[in-house]
Design a protein around this ligand. Structure first.
Ligand code: FAD
Length: 613
């Protein structure tokens, strides 16, 4: 076997031809992404087990993945992503949304916006409660956050020049392979916005972005402070493991299905990523377990293509049923944005400059480049952001939150799910509905996120817990080669409109009634003329984007009676030798962006798998 010289970085043995692989490994990890590379690293550490990772994307270490500044270069390189057109969104004027996830060794962690944060304690405790207890609550998984991430505290200068910068190392480890570090600069107008947030009744600054609290916080980015390059799954969990002869990686190959003997997963079938037929398909066997880590969009596709999913769909696609599991592909969720309420500030200049000056002002950019070249300081030390507000629904809608939560809770759970939804999936939605209604009434879980950059124009909020539910299914006409059918079903539940109407009113109040008003905010969208709920709804239908690239939920960790796909040990129900470790197992969204949690799923999965080895 030859190891091609991909570049000077040493790493797991990498192959580009299926012919070069062994016939059998202890474990096969499908998808070398955020959680997948974490699992594979931990399983190979002891040398006791052999592991093969199969990744559809390529090995890439160019500037599009390594550049951390501005946090956009991975996103801008379309060769590193899937960009799947969604099903036209019936309640969004039939608009189609691009479903973007990573397709490269390192997965979405190689192309994401590098923002590092975790959900609230209440989120992880809720995941446990669906089972009536267990080992996924906040206290149980905090050690995995610490294991995964090493925090590099902000510089004294950053702390002294910015508003209420707080962090607490007790929520972080010091040995984790992933670096979480703070920029060395914040745009001064960001501080104006933060001061204004501090004036909102009931809002506090959290002691750390990882403390599991709501409020306002400064958060680090996944940036290695030694090089100021992106810290992600590949450098953290794959580079530097060249001494492990028990660890092989096949890139540029797509897993088409899991092969079963009865109900035991025995191996996988795979083809070159560019193949358009199964003519050259090969198989490789797993002695112990196959771990699906292909992400929320592709894990359900692989399960269904393998005969694990809702039986009616499988029959329609002529796929023999290995296990009728109605929850596979259901319960699809993402954070939403582009919710209107966008602002520019008439008095921004001449006092301030903002992130957009890096694109529009050559002198400003040249100065920033000189500062960055000197010691990684200045505006280019920022990835895509460093502070935001995370507010409970009752904070933003103190007069209406109860009635909105009550009305939502009283809904018939089947009324807003796709026709024909299995009764277990409906029961799961009912359980989630109860939990989400409680969340809407709670002080401890955020629903509204106002992400601020300190720019002349600021966008609207992010919606952290949409109640509409979508699905990701195989295309029955071509389960393997056609992209999956992704339907966000955004705004299919009218309770989302009730909630988003409150978002719009609150955002307006924030700009009109706090000290930020001195910079003369001007609402550019939807415009102050749009005041009624119907008017806001119409605007949402025309503009809302039902994704911030945080898809979850399509292989949910929920009880079987709630349409679950995996149990709390991440094993697929009713099958042997098959588990899932990626964002698809999150039963519902955390009230924060998802990468920290995806890594934690990988860390915990590895321990669970080793414990049953
Ligand atoms: C553009 C973008 C910006 C984001 N910004 C942020 C942010 O700033 N902060 C934050 O916290 N989160 C962010 N996220 C979300 C976060 O990165 C993801 O939640 C997380 O990385 C998902 O991890 P995963 O392991 O579930 O999937 P992934 O990391 O996506 O891994 C799945 C892997 O499986 C591979 N694969 C798929 N199908 C197959 C197949 N058939 N055979 C073989 N391999 C396959 C894929 O190529 C991929 O490498 C962002 C995501 C994106 C896409």
């Amino acid at each position: 076997l030859t190891v091609p010289a991909f570049d000077s970085i040493s790493h797991s043995q990498i192959f580009e031809r299926g012919e070069d692989l062994g016939a059998e490994y202890d474990y096969i990890v499908v998808g070398g992404g955020t959680a997948g590379l974490t699992v594979a690293d931990r399983l190979t550490e002891s040398g006791r087990y052999s592991v093969l990772v199969i990744e559809i994307g390529r090995y890439e270490n160019g500037t599009s993945v390594t550049t951390a500044s501005q946090g956009i270069y991975g996103f801008l390189d379309s060769t590193l992503q899937f960009n799947i057109p969604s099903v036209p969104q019936a309640d969004l004027n039939n608009r189609t949304i691009g479903v973007i996830v990573g397709k490269v060794l390192g997965g979405s962690s190689a192309v994401n916006g590098l923002q590092v944060m975790r959900g609230q304690k209440a989120d992880y405790d809720r995941w446990n409660k669906y089972f009536g207890g267990g080992s996924w609550g906040w206290n149980a998984i905090l050690p995995y956050f610490k294991k995964a991430w090493r925090l590099y505290p902000p510089t004294p200068e950053f702390v002294s020049t910015n508003y209420k910068v707080k962090w607490n190392t007790k929520y972080w480890g010091s040995v984790g392979k992933l670096a979480a570090s703070f920029p060395k600069y914040a745009f001064p107008f960001q501080n104006e916005l933060l001061k204004a947030m501090d004036e909102i009744p009931g809002v506090k600054f959290a002691e750390d972005s990882g403390s599991g609290d709501v409020g306002v916080w400064w958060h680090p980015s996944s940036v290695d402070p030694a090089t100021w390059q992106r810290s992600f799954a590949r450098p953290a969990h794959w580079d530097g493991v060249e001494t492990r002869s028990n660890y092989d990686t096949l890139v540029s190959h797509k897993v088409t299905k899991v092969i079963f003997q009865g109900t035991t997963a025995k191996g996988v079938q795979y083809i070159p990523a560019s193949a358009t037929t199964l003519a050259g398909a090969r198989t490789v066997r797993a002695k112990k377990e196959i771990i699906l880590s292909a992400g929320t969009i592709h894990t359900p596709q692989i399960l269904q293509a393998s005969g694990v999913g809702p039986k009616a769909l499988l029959r329609q696609a002529n796929i023999p049923v290995v296990k009728d599991l109605p929850g596979v592909g259901a319960n699809f969720q993402d954070h939403w944005f582009q919710l209107g309420a966008q602002y520019t500030f008439a008095k921004f200049r001449p006092t301030f400059q903002g992130p957009n000056d890096l694109y529009s002002n050559a002198t400003f950019l040249a100065e920033a480049q000189a500062q960055f070249a000197q010691n990684f300081s200045g505006p280019l030390s920022i990835a895509s952001g460093s502070a935001a507000g995370w507010f409970p629904f009752r904070t933003i809608a103190p007069d209406t939150y109860k009635s909105i939560a009550d009305r939502y809770e009283a809904q018939n759970p089947a009324a807003y799910l796709p026709p024909g939804t299995d009764k277990t999936v409906i029961a799961g939605y009912q359980a989630q509905k109860k939990a989400t209604a409680a969340l809407l009434r709670s002080k401890d879980a955020a629903t509204y996120n106002l992400f601020i950059r300190g720019d002349e124009s600021e966008g609207g909020p992010v919606y952290l817990h949409p109640v509409s539910r979508g699905f990701v299914n195989i295309n029955p006409a071509d389960p393997i080669f056609a992209p999956p059918l992704v339907d966000y079903r955004a705004l299919s539940n009218p309770a989302d409109i009730d909630i988003l109407y409150e978002f719009t009113k609150f955002t307006r109040k924030f700009y009109a009634e706090t000290s930020i008003k001195k910079w003369e905010p001007v609402e550019t969208a939807p415009g102050l003329g749009v005041t009624t709920k119907d008017g806001v709804a119409e605007y949402m239908r025309a503009t809302l984007t039902p994704s911030v690239f945080h898809p979850v939920g399509t292989a949910s960790m929920l009880p079987l009676k709630y349409g679950g796909v995996v149990d709390q040990k991440l094993k697929v129900y009713g099958l042997k030798g098959l588990s899932v470790a990626d964002a698809s197992v999150m039963p519902d969204l955390p009230g924060a962006y998802t990468q920290e949690t995806a890594y934690v799923i990988g860390e915990k999965a590895a321990d669970l798998i080793k414990a049953r080895a």
